[in-house]
Design a protein around this ligand. Structure first.
Ligand code: BG6
Length: 295
């Protein structure tokens, strides 16, 4: 319930607290250029839309909104592991934790910056760590995930990923640029190692690839919405491209059978071989800026 938020932090008409779906508390943000919505559950950005454009983020109409399940769509925060792990939830526990809203900062150029914090974590198999997540809403959506190793004497080894679901007009009209030449692991073929030869990636079937050592910006060209989405990043060496296509969509209880036509995940993080090793007391910053321009 929104009563778990300190209403003294609200800024009338700009940053307001709501009971979201499933009565999970969420924060609505409005700027002259855009609007956004963030749930405390998972510090999950479920909406970002620039004025006059379709929403940038895809949200499944079938998503669960429950304290024990991840939200489907938007930007799940994946930490401290990516993918399946024996006897543990897929993609880590951060996306099903309730984060704390610590601070809201306004800046002169009308952006609003929200600071979320993951309560201190003791996760089996990991050194103790903390995570701070800054969400800046303006003409772009900026996301900054800072993970800190709180151990006094041991390295923290972890994966992180901002598992962004983008909203597209028609997957058939989408081209993903910026990954040509990159090595990737294909999860559909038991993580077989391959090389991307195409200058543009198109999706005409299930795609589940982890591109490694990819630090450059990626663009999603969507001829249907006549929009180019830009994904600029720092502190990220991996890019995951995922579309579940027909059979997997039908198998997921929290995803509509046809919704794969309107989404593509282009995820920025550090996964598998690109996992991070942090010395005691050190922090790692993963920073992503999501923008768009007309085609
Ligand atoms: C992607 C993975 O990042 O997330 C896929 O590469 C996975 O393998 C997908 O299916 C969705 O995961 P989940 O746990 O949210 O259903």
């Amino acid at each position: 319930m929104k009563s778990s938020l300190n209403t003294g932090m609200e800024i009338p008409r700009c940053v307001t607290f709501q009971d979201g779906q499933g009565l999970l508390p969420c924060v609505e943000v409005r700027t002259p250029a855009s609007e956004a919505e963030i749930y405390l559950h998972g510090a999950h950005v479920t909406h970002f839309q620039k004025t006059g454009e379709p929403p940038l983020l895809f949200m499944s109409k079938m998503s669960r909104y429950s304290s024990d399940a991840p939200i489907r769509g938007g930007v799940p925060v994946i930490l401290p592991w990516f993918g399946p792990r024996p006897e543990a939830p897929t993609h880590g526990m951060a996306r099903t934790q309730s984060w704390t809203l610590k601070e809201i900062t306004l800046s002169g150029d009308d952006t609003k910056k929200l600071h979320f914090q993951l309560p201190a974590c003791q996760v089996p198999g990991f050194e103790p760590f903390t995570a701070d997540y800054f969400v800046t809403v303006g003409t772009t959506l900026e996301l900054e995930l800072i993970t800190t190793n709180n151990s006094k004497d041991r390295n923290l080894v972890f994966e992180d990923c901002l598992h962004t679901y983008f909203h597209v007009g028609d997957i058939a009209a989408v081209r993903v640029r910026g990954l040509q030449g990159a090595r990737y692991l294909d999860r559909l073929q038991n993580q077989a190692e391959k090389q991307e030869t195409a200058p543009e990636i198109t999706v005409a079937g299930e795609v589940d690839r982890s591109y490694l050592d990819t630090t450059a910006a990626v663009e999603i060209h969507d001829a249907s919405f006549k929009r180019i989405i830009t994904v600029e990043k720092e502190g990220s060496r991996s890019t995951v491209v995922w579309n579940p296509w027909i059979a997997k969509s039908q198998a997921m209880p929290d995803f509509g059978n046809e919704e794969y036509l309107q989404m593509i995940c282009v995820e920025s993080g550090n996964v598998i071989e690109n996992r991070i090793t942090l010395a005691p007391g050190q922090s790692h910053i993963l920073r992503v800026r999501l923008g768009s321009r007309p085609m």
